[in-house]
Design a protein. Structure first.
Ligand code: NAP
Length: 241
């Protein structure tokens, strides 16, 4: 399986969940000092699975093309693609710069386009494949200061449903997971007041763990989700129903 943003947070939890089943894992990250990636690789190697990490900016169309060619040369096919990498560039619209808008859309939405387009060639040939895109509850309900992020995550849902229709006849399923408020570096950065406001709106009364999202991602790649495509699965403690 190939997963973007596998070095930390939800992506790392997904790597570990797939590792439990003995999957061969290639994950992508973007941090030049590679500390988190090395840590994740270490845990995967300890678990005895074949894993590779690659530093790659998923917003670059040509770099993503080249990366998937390498993956195919080495592994011959891609069974599962998890489009997980994402960033926030928060600001109120009144103050949002063009660069903040472009960055969020480039990584979160164009990155999904780049990776999916490059991965489906081998899936179509094999007539099987699973694509799981990580959206967000914010793509459904919006959030103050996140118009760029919300637009990118809502875009992922439209993309998922369209590509699911295009590829359903080829044995490939395409689904999205929309996490709510999950305990990772991305949410650690939020001001306490924002965290408290979110928490107050979660019927289950707690923040989610990355492992709880990873379980759903794994299930979507498993035989249990054979007849499921174009869906958005909400993992949010009831924050959005
Ligand atoms: P995180 O801890 O910040 O991890 C993000 C991952 O994406 C890192 O591995 C990062 O790699 C990678 N990444 C960022 N930009 C990249 C790029 N241009 N190219 C390749 N990799 C890149 O985030 P997270 O909280 O686990 O979030 C994972 C996904 O879930 C994101 O799509 C996020 O929007 C979504 N989500 C999260 C929450 C939440 O509450 N945490 C809620 C809803 C949705 P480096 O660190 O090496 O750059």
């Amino acid at each position: 399986m190939v997963i973007t943003g596998g070095s930390k947070g939800i992506g790392r939890a997904c790597c570990l969940r797939f590792a439990k089943e003995g999957a061969r894992i290639v994950f992508v990250h973007c941090d030049p000092d590679e500390i988190a990636a090395h840590e994740t690789l270490g845990v995967l190697e300890k678990a005895g699975v074949e894993a590779k990490a690659r530093k790659l900016d998923i917003s670059s169309f040509s770099a993503v093309e080249e990366f998937f060619q390498e993956v195919l040369r080495e592994f011959h096919r891609v069974d599962v693609l998890v489009n997980n990498a994402g960033i926030t560039r928060d600001a109120l619209l009144m103050r949002m710069s063009e660069d903040q808008w472009d960055q969020a859309l480039l990584v979160n939405l164009k990155g999904v386009f780049n990776c999916t387009k490059a991965a489906i060639r081998s899936m179509v040939k094999e007539r099987r494949g699973r694509i799981i895109n990580i959206s967000s509850v914010v793509g459904q309900i919006g959030n103050i200061g996140q118009s760029n992020y919300a637009a990118s995550k809502a875009g992922i849902i439209g993309f998922t449903k369209s590509v699911a229709r295009e590829l359903a006849g080829r044995g490939i399923t395409v689904n999205a997971v929309a996490p709510g408020f999950i305990n990772t570096e991305m949410t650690e950065r939020l001001p306490e007041k924002v965290k408290e406001t979110f928490l107050a709106q979660i019927p289950m009364g707690r923040i989610g763990d990355p492992e709880e999202v990873a379980e759903t991602v794994y299930w979507l790649a498993s035989i249990g989700a054979n007849y499921l495509t174009g869906q958005v699965i909400h993992v949010n403690g009831g924050l959005y129903m």
